[in-house]
Each structure stands twice: as C-alpha cells, then as structure tokens.
Design a protein around this ligand. Structure first.
Ligand code: WT7
Length: 649
C-alpha cells in the first residue's frame, strides 16, 4: 500500500467525545449548503451582539457586482467578544500564556488582566487622537503587547494592519502608504533565537521614505532595552502612553461590515494587496472553526505557533481562541532555540493539549532525527494541526508518530489570508484521515474543481480549486482597490471565487491541495509573489533582467530560485551573488532570502517576448528531460545554456 492510501480512522476517544461526529458533520454540512441563511443565522448566536442582526447573507460573486455582506445590520465589538463577555465566568482564567524566546521567561495573563491592559491602551490610543476607522500599523515581536495593541484597536474601532516583523523597511513603508496609517506601534527590538531584531530601526528607516506622509506618532514598547534612535516630535514610549489611563474603556459598537483589520499578502502580480476583513462574519467564523476543527474544550491549553503578522495568528492565536474563552499560548521564539527540542519542552512546560504548526517546522525537526523530541514527553497533547502549505505524507507520519506519540489526530487545514478562516480540514471526531489530504470542506464551504477553460470537473480529478459561494469570514475587498479584488478572484471563472490553488479530489471526495497554479510561491509557509522579487532584483543596477521561480526544497517546501541576466559588460562573481542576496533581503525582508542564483546570459522567451516560466521551473527542479514543447521559443539555444549551468542537481 502506498503511503498516500493509508487511512487513519477517527479514534475511539474523538468519536465518543468530540463536538462533531460524522453523522453530525453530514447533517450540518447539508444544512449549511442547502440553507446557508438559516444555518448562519443560528451560528451567529455564538457571538455577543450589541444589536441583533435581522439579515444574514447578502453576497454576490457576479463579476459586475462583487459584493459580500454578512449580518449586515448587526452591531458588535470584536474585543468585547474576546474579553468583556468572559469576565464574569473566567476573569481569573489564563487568556494568554506567553513563552519568551529565553526559556526562562514566561508569564500568564488572565482574562481580567488582558481586559485591563487592552482598555488602558485603547484609552492611550484615543489620547493620541486615534478614531474609529483610522488605520494603525503594528510591527511587533511576539510579545503580549502585540495582542493588546490589536485588541485595543478593535475596541475603539480603529483598523489594525499588522506587518510581520520579518519584513524590510521598504515593505513597511509600502504598507503604511497604501493604508494611510496614522500611528505605528513597534518595539525597540524583538528577540528571536537568542538574537535581537532591530524593529524600531526598521520603522525609522521606513519613515524616511518621502511618500510616507500620514504617520503622526510611533509608539514603542521597551522590550529588550537595546539602544535606539529617538525622535522627540514623533516617538512615544508605550509605558508613557498608558500612564494615567483608565483601565475601563467602552467598546465601540461596530457595524458587522465595519473593517476589523487589513492584512497584506502577495499575489502573482503587482505590490502586495491589503485584504480587508470585517467584523461580524469574521468573528462568527473564526470562533466556530476554532471550536470544531480543533475540537476545543473548556480548559484546553491551545498553542498555534504562527506569528500574529500572518492571518493564522489573527484568526487562530487571537480572535478565534479568545472569542471562545480559550487559553492561547503565544511564543516569542523559534522551534530551534535553544535546542530543537524546544517545541516539545514548551508542550510539557505548559501542558499543551492542542498544537497547531506548519509543515516546514515539522520537516526541520524531522531532519534532526527521532531523538529530537527526547527531552519532552508531550503526554498532554491530544490533537495536532498543520497549516500553510501542503504537508507531505512522510512529514505527516513523523508528526503523528514522534511529536504526537502516535496518539493524536492531525487536522491539515487549508485556507488563505483571503478566506479569513479554515476552509477545508478534517473534523477530528468525524473525518478519517489520509496523510497529505486536507480532506473535506467545513460547513458552508463549497469547493469545486475547474479546468483551464472554465468547465467544472466532476468526480475524482485534478483541477483548479474554486469556492462556489461566500462564507462569513471572506475578505470583502482589497483596501483601496475593489477593482483589483474583482479581477484577482472573480474574473478567471465567472460566478465563483478562484483560490489560485491546484487540487486533486479522490474517490472519497477528499481534497488534496497540490500548490499554487499562479506565480505565487510558498517558502516555509510564507507566501511570496515571484513578480515582487523580480522587481526588487531589476531595481539593482547590475541586473538587466531577472526571473524567479520556486523549486522543491526539503525543508522549506519551496525554495527561491533566481535567474539573473547581468547588465551589459558586467562579469558574474561570487561577490555580486552575495550582494544580490543581501539586496533582496533588504528590499523585501529576510523571509525572501534567495536560495539559488543562476547567471543567465539569456532567458527563454516566446517570440512575443514572454518569459517561459514553465521551462525555468523545470530546470530549477532539475527535471530537464521533461521540458515539453519548446518550439515557440525565440532562441532555443538559451535553454541549453541554462540546463548546462543549472544549480540544483
Ligand atoms: C496559501 C495561502 C492560511 C494559512 C496560512 C497561509 C497554501 C495553506 C495549506 C494546506 C496545502 C496550503 C495554499 C494557499 N496553503 N494551507 N493545509 N495545504 N496548501 O496563508 O499566506 O494566505 O497562503 O497557502 O497555497 O493558497 P497565505
């Protein structure tokens, strides 16, 4: 039997105790797609509304009129749902367990403490002149203040835009400019793997960009105490901002369709797009999926290893778990520091029950051998999750056998920044698992596979993955560019949402995501546009032309492979290679560090001048025998040179 055919049936424990068993899944799924209106009217009750909704779903995927509204006349506040409503029953329960980069530093924050911190900082933001609807950029390490800042924005109706700490000053500047952000919240430095990350310095540099015109204040958390530059007219310490502020602050009533946050993500073309997520549907969906997919039970300790700079951190470190009154663990560091056993050690230290991480982390631990987890027992774990990229069956098996001691189901969750919450995933009490498959759609999610001509494919087949109807946490638009939203997601196939992913459906109706079908690559679960990296490269004076593709990488899933044609008269050298690697890191950020640079005297182009990426992908993957049709190439000799000098063999 091949690994891919192996089935892990629902365990007896989950079948008996889980929120949803298979019967219930079938019944609720049928309801959710046959009568979404009634289904979501019911599910909406899990959230506390200041004003009840009377309308539930009002959505159109018609490319002439893309419009997505859920619970549109309801009013609520996201922070109220994450904090206030828990105070009476679980004020003294831990809301956030914070585990520092240094294994000796950790702390527990109760719901009441978190409530007070959020209220106090919300008052501080008000004092700085932040109003409902203003955009606040958050560029922070994984410290409790990051969560406090996000919730404080939500409390007063400001829209947060979190920028991952691994992005460069240019990337921060681009996001500030695009969102007209008034305030930036950061820290002096961050800590990761025993090193300091110069966050404030990056913000300072971003703000030297002459196109940044809206930023009035920079609020700085003292985190490491490291040396930083200070600009009196603009910079404020967090502790000074909150000093004297009350620990009570009314939660602003927000319309369900008022924006909660913007989050930037890469696409196949152009600059990163700011996906706009709104309040009501997002909160309903984040909390519902968190409860059912992770089978979250009162008292569980839940740990999602993502960074709050990604959608996973928004929905499944913060909003989903806190809406459910969970104890959510927030980890400042990395899985390899001080040892590769760290994740297991944290599970034991905090008695973690549910662990949600990324395949790249699993593979990097797997590469250390089975003993890597020997410093911990991980006996507290009962469920594992995976997110961000396809998990290869071998890594799945290792995750199950070694990290989970062979006892924990794995929920492989497929979703996107755009979807706001998990779309396709097993329910651990309902779904038999197949390693490598995200299995079946969640309630209300209607996947379909289309061929490149736009025809829907039936039965067991491969195709492009689309979603046929809206769900509550769907992104509503691209910030400031609705037309681009329509173009990107609703114009490839009429009347459906196009995900950009390829997918296989098997005989059992299980979905297997095969990866992006557009020019987006996924490096260690981080999504990057090849066009973005290319435009960074051609901005360097030595580069005449560049083409970027992904190639299979044992640990990262995909690595970044770059073909560079140098400017006339320039010689290739190792120094130049190093300089270009540095250049990309500076332009985009360390997460875009190139893995391979190949000097290319020419790039394969069609006679009309279009770069044939298909060929470049094959060469980068060292699959030179299957180059397919090259008859449309303007100069076939170019390919021979690239094959001869390929870097990955
Ligand atoms: C892309 C979205 C949403 C979580 C973090 C990534 C890929 C995500 C899986 C999975 C196979 C996956 C897809 C998707 N992806 N999860 N379980 N199996 N592929 O969010 O940065 O918006 O990236 O990540 O290609 O389109 P993102």
């Amino acid at each position: 039997m091949s690994e891919q055919e192996k089935i892990y049936p629902v365990t007896a424990e989950f079948a008996a105790n889980a929120w949803i068993n298979n019967e219930k899944y079938q019944e609720l799924y049928a309801q959710s797609v046959e009568n979404p209106e009634a289904f979501w009217a019911e599910q909406g009750k899990r959230i506390t509304w200041f004003k009840e909704y009377t309308k539930v779903k009002n959505t159109s995927f018609d490319p002439h009129n893309v419009s997505i509204k859920w619970y549109e006349d309801g009013e609520l506040n996201a922070a109220y749902n994450c904090l206030d409503r828990h105070l009476e029953t679980r004020g003294d329960q831990t809301a956030i367990i914070w585990e520092g980069d240094n294994p000796e530093s950790s702390k527990n924050i109760t719901y009441r403490e978190l409530y007070e911190d959020v209220c106090q900082f919300a008052n501080g933001l008000k004092k700085l002149g932040v109003h409902k609807g203003d955009v606040v950029t958050i560029y922070m390490p994984m410290i409790p203040e990051a969560a406090v800042a996000m919730l404080a924005c939500a409390r007063i109706g400001a829209v947060h835009s979190v920028v991952f700490g691994g992005f460069s000053p240019d990337a921060i500047a681009g996001r500030i400019i695009n969102s007209d952000s008034k305030i930036v919240i950061t820290s002096d430095e961050g800590r990761r793997g025993g090193k300091q990350v110069p966050l404030k310095e990056n913000v300072d540099e971003a703000l030297t960009n002459p196109h940044v015109k809206t930023v009035e204040k920079v609020v700085v958390v003292k985190c490491t105490g490291g040396d930083i530059h200070w600009h009196d007219h603009r910079d404020l310490w967090w502790h000074d901002v909150v000093a004297g502020c009350a620990k009570e602050c009314p939660a602003e009533p927000m319309n369900a369709e008022d924006p909660l946050f913007i989050l930037y993500t890469s696409g196949s073309t152009g600059a990163p797009k700011g996906l706009k997520h709104t309040t009501g549907g997002y909160m309903v969906y984040a909390s519902l999926t968190h409860q059912y997919i992770f089978d979250y039970k009162e008292g569980d300790v839940y740990w999602c290893t993502a960074d709050v700079g990604w959608i996973t951190g928004h929905s499944y470190i913060l909003y989903g778990p806190l809406a459910n009154g969970a104890t959510t663990l927030m980890f400042e560091g990395v899985p390899s520091y001080p040892t590769h056993g760290r994740m297991g050690d944290i599970c034991d230290k905090h008695q973690v029950n549910i662990l949600y991480t990324a395949p790249t982390a699993v593979r990097s631990l797997m590469a250390q051998g089975d003993d890597v987890m020997s410093s911990s027992t991980r006996q507290s774990l009962r469920l594992l999750g995976s997110v961000g990229e396809p998990i290869n069956p071998e890594a799945w098996e290792w995750y199950h056998r070694v990290i989970g001691n062979g006892e924990c189901p794995i929920v492989d969750t497929w979703w996107q920044t755009e979807t706001g919450g998990i779309m396709i995933a097993p329910l651990p009490g309902a779904t038999d698992l197949k390693p490598g498959s995200a299995t079946r759609p969640f309630f209300g999610v209607q996947p379909a596979l289309f061929d490149s001509e736009g025809k829907e494919l039936q039965g067991a087949t491969d195709g492009n993955l689309v979603l046929q109807d809206s769900w509550p946490s769907q992104a509503r638009s691209i910030w400031g560019d609705h037309e681009r939203f329509v173009q990107t997601y609703f114009s490839t196939y009429k009347g459906v949402y196009f995900t950009g992913d390829g997918c296989r459906r098997d005989e059992d109706g299980y979905y297997w995501i095969t990866g992006r079908v557009d020019d987006v690559i996924n490096v260690s679960g981080h999504r990057m546009g090849t066009a973005e990296i290319e435009s960074a490269l051609v901005a360097h004076k030595a580069v005449a032309e560049a083409a970027v593709v992904g190639y299979p990488h044992d640990i990262k899933g995909q690595g970044i492979y770059i073909y560079v044609t140098l400017a006339e008269g320039l010689e290739a050298s190792d120094e130049l290679r190093i300089e270009l690697v540095k250049w990309v890191r500076k332009e985009i950020g360390p997460i875009a560090t190139p893995d391979v640079i190949q000097w290319a005297p020419g790039l394969p182009k069609t006679r009309s001048g279009k770069i044939m990426r298909r060929i470049l992908r094959k060469i980068a993957a060292n699959e030179c025998d299957g180059l397919g049709d090259t008859s449309t190439l303007a100069d076939p000799g170019v390919v021979d040179d690239l094959i001869e000098h390929r870097a990955n063999r």
